[in-house]
Design a protein. Structure first.
Length: 158
């Protein structure tokens, strides 16, 4: 392909690159990070990019963004194989793969409407990851309700 027909995405000076996002999931990642485009940050989004490692993937580059632990927890629940590159002065300073934590605090809404976390009480949600016959489930600390990973993805606090 000729050089003039290739769209190039500029490097970012400081911020993050979220790589190896499951194909088609990058918009969900932006949603859980509450990035709408109105924040004034430069955001580059690539969807269904060819990858030698995984076939296809999505990539997000966000200028001047730092991620808190809750942000990393949310990304891990939406796209468990995502990698985070922390960029400073145009160089990768840190690179790691997100991991679904054993304990998830303040990130998921309990699906039990009668759970104390869904009342007017100021109680932060707390879930423990457990193994089950069908894979992983998340158990609410307060009401003992279990939720599958697909249920958890729908219940992420946005």
């Amino acid at each position: 392909m000729s050089e003039d027909k290739v769209l190039k995405i500029n490097k970012i000076g400081d911020g993050i690159v979220i790589d190896h996002i499951s194909p088609g999931v990058s918009l969900d990642v932006l949603e859980v990070l509450k990035i709408t485009g109105k924040e004034g940050m430069t955001v580059s989004l690539l969807m269904n990019v060819q990858s030698g490692k995984v076939g296809t993937k999505d990539i997000i580059k966000i200028e001047k963004k730092k991620l808190a632990k809750k942000d990393l927890d949310k990304i891990s629940l939406v796209s468990p194989n995502a990698t985070i590159n922390v960029i400073s002065n145009y160089e990768i300073r840190e690179k790691f793969t997100v991991e679904i934590p054993q304990i998830v605090t303040g990130v998921i809404r309990c699906s039990n409407q009668n759970c104390v976390t869904n009342s007017k009480e100021p109680v932060q949600t707390l879930f423990q990851k457990e193994k089950s016959g069908d894979g992983e489930v998340f158990r609410c600390h307060y009401c003992d309700r279990t939720m599958s990973l697909p249920e958890v993805r729908k219940s992420i606090i946005r």
